[in-house]
Write a protein that binds this ligand. Structure first.
Ligand code: Q46
Ligand code: ZN
Ligand code: ZN
Length: 324
């Protein structure tokens, strides 16, 4: 397979785009694509301050790399969850995130939930008694809260995550199978900041295939964590990804088509009836916008942990920033 631009040996063949490229041209092509999506969906401009959620995986590190190559002001946020899974998952991913930031002179904020709030994620899952011993349900809540908090405190108006096309399509399939109207309405490349205190949420990689991100990280020499989170094993999302990959194999472009048709249908008003905004007010304890009466679910969760573990009322917030 030869590169369409120069005739050298191609490193990737993208059947859905009928395009094969060599390493050099691929490293040019992908950021151009991402820039196109940033503009198309009005995600942000060179004036915005962007906080990128960094997991240590190929998508978030690849995204951070692309945004800085494109000239955007983007700092990173790594949230340490204290997950071991027999492979030191959290420690390893944090080390890779720090190594990436240091090597490029970028600013990375690190929040360890155990240090900041008093328990690791697996501990929290047991204490909260939610999610049947699986930490994923409390994980999302904590990540969302901490991302909003750090974005707000640090004056970032945009929060970028590395969700790729495969992630988006797996969620879309799940939401469609459940006809989850509320979720379908909110699934989008951009979620505007509807209230003061919330940053605009963007997914610049929403049209980039997972294998394209893996190829980018490898060709670009980015050291990333190959393992998935140990708690992701056997998840519904991974099951859906496998099915979608089989469909893609038979008909290249299926995943992209599914996603783009969904966005188009939404634009034409297919889900607009459902678009009701929850009533938000500031949490009694922390002040972040919440739809729950009184305290937000994050504060209530950690109140319980403090009671169970006999911890002091409030631990000092610990955000470690490794500045450029
Ligand atoms: S939710 Fe669950 Fe993920 Fe959190 S505990 Fe791991 S698998 S990281 S996207
Ligand atoms: Zn080439
Ligand atoms: Zn709160």
């Amino acid at each position: 397979m030869k590169c369409r631009k120069c005739g050298e040996t191609a490193v990737i063949n993208m059947r859905q785009h009928k395009l094969a490229l060599c390493g050099e041209h691929y490293l040019e092509w992908l950021p151009e694509q991402v820039q196109r999506f940033i503009e198309k969906y009005d995600m942000f401009t060179l004036d915005d301050r962007i906080l990128v959620a960094i997991s240590g995986g190929k998508d978030s590190l690849g995204l951070w790399d692309i945004l800085t190559r494109l000239g955007y002001k983007a700092d990173g946020l790594y949230i340490g969850l204290g997950i071991d899974g027999g492979v030191g998952y959290s420690d390893q991913s944090r080390a890779l995130a720090e190594q990436f930031a240091q090597g490029r002179g970028l600013t990375l904020h690190v929040v360890e939930i155990e240090q900041s709030y008093g328990a690791t994620l697996p501990e929290l899952a047991v204490i909260s008694n939610r999610g049947h011993g699986k930490p994923c349900s409390v994980c999302g809540l904590n990540k969302r809260y901490i991302m909003n908090r750090v974005a707000y405190d640090g004056g970032y108006n945009v929060l970028a995550t590395g969700h790729n096309l495969d992630d988006e399509v797996a969620v879309l399939m799940q939401n469609t199978l459940n006809w989850a109207g509320g979720y379908l309405v909110r699934q989008a490349p951009v979620l505007p900041a509807s209230r003061p205190g919330l940053a605009r949420k963007v997914k610049p990689l929403c049209r980039v295939y997972e294998r394209e991100m893996a190829a980018y990280a490898i060709v670009r020499g980015i050291d990333y964590i190959y393992d998935e989170c140990p708690h992701a094993v056997g998840s519904t999302t991974i099951g859906h990804k496998e099915i979608l990959n089989q469909m893609e194999e038979k008909r290249p472009g299926t995943k992209l088509q599914f996603y783009l048709s969904f966005l188009q249908a939404k634009e034409q008003g297919l889900f607009s009836v459902q678009a009701t905004e929850p009533d938000l007010h500031p949490c009694d304890r922390c002040g972040q916008p919440t739809s729950a009466p009184g305290e937000c679910s994050f504060c209530r969760l950690w109140d319980k942990v403090r009671t169970v573990k006999g911890l002091p009322e409030r631990l000092p917030a610990a955000i470690n920033t490794f500045a450029a």
